[in-house]
Design a protein around this ligand. Structure first.
Ligand code: ATP
Ligand code: MG
Length: 256
């Protein structure tokens, strides 16, 4: 990796780019993944590169949903594997959810490499190589899933999801949690719970809320109330309101 001094004002952002470039060199991230990340970065600027209050509320619901799930699964693509490998392995253990490799630019070699990369970080069960089932209504490679994984899961955590697949998973009756910096994307609009935040921040936040809830031994009833009281569209409106208010403040600063 290229040496970036920690004092650089954009250290965090540059390190993410380094991780993705390393992901490409290791054969786990696609080149197209860089472009997807770039679009995400633009939204992160508008958000202020920090977690919004609305994203915190969505995270609380997401953590509750993962804890009440009967069969949760975490979907992993090439960007997620490069950016947050340790964190998703930790979360997978905390909520007893297998990881499943699921990529748009699928080659069996890349699936194998992502699996190996996760196992190196300590992952137990990594699904996705078998791909013995299909999500109905999807024609591209991300339709390929494991029958014992995403296909039969009741709750899917899919960071950096594709809009059409998110819609198709919801149509199968699943509850889908997404992490996507764009509050306007099809993914954000169709998910059961959309966390509009950077994937690193969001996964870290989910881990800490899950730990807190487990520590307090919150019962299923209490968790279900949190999930039941949530409306994703309302939350997305709040995200947009927070972004607009932030931009208005920025504008005032510029005018001074
Ligand atoms: P959709 O698939 O939902 O219709 P899209 O096709 O516009 O939306 P994709 O190209 O599938 O979006 O994925 C790129 C999106 O992924 C970015 O616009 C951004 O919102 C999201 N994204 C990329 N990198 C990150 C990241 N590090 N954290 C969170 N979200 C990210
Ligand atoms: Mg897409």
């Amino acid at each position: 990796m290229f040496e970036i001094p920690e004092t650089h004002p954009r250290y965090g952002s540059l390190m993410k780019r380094e991780k993705l470039v390393a992901g490409i060199e290791a054969g786990i991230t696609s080149k197209q993944g860089l472009i997807a990340h770039g679009r995400g970065e633009a939204f992160d600027y508008l958000i202020g590169e920090g977690t919004l209050n609305s994203a915190r509320r969505a995270t609380e619901v997401a953590a509750s949903l993962l804890l009440v799930a009967k069969k949760p699964v975490i979907s992993v693509n090439g960007n997620v594997a490069a950016l947050v490998p340790k964190e998703i392995v930790e979360l997978s253990e905390l909520i007893k959810a297998p990881l499943e490799v699921n990529i748009f630019y699928r080659t069996e070699e890349r699936v194998r490499k992502i699996k190996g990369h996760l196992e190196k970080q300590g992952a137990g069960k990594v699904l996705g190589a078998k791909a013995d089932a299909r999500i109905p209504g999807i024609e591209h490679e991300r339709a390929k899933v494991d029958r014992e994984g995403i296909y039969s899961a009741d709750v899917v955590l899919a960071p950096l999801e594709d809009g059409d697949r998110c819609e198709a998973l919801v149509a199968m009756g699943k509850r889908v949690i997404t992490i996507d910096l764009n509050p306007l994307s099809r993914t954000s609009r169709h998910a059961t719970v959309s966390i509009v935040d950077d994937v690193e921040r969001a996964i870290k936040n989910i881990i800490s809320v899950v730990k807190e809830k487990k520590g307090k031994k919150e019962g299923e009833k209490k968790l279900a109330v949190v999930v039941g009281g949530y409306n994703n569209k309302t939350n997305l409106r709040e995200v947009i309101e927070e972004i607009v208010n932030r931009l208005k403040e920025e504008e005032l600063i510029l005018m001074r």
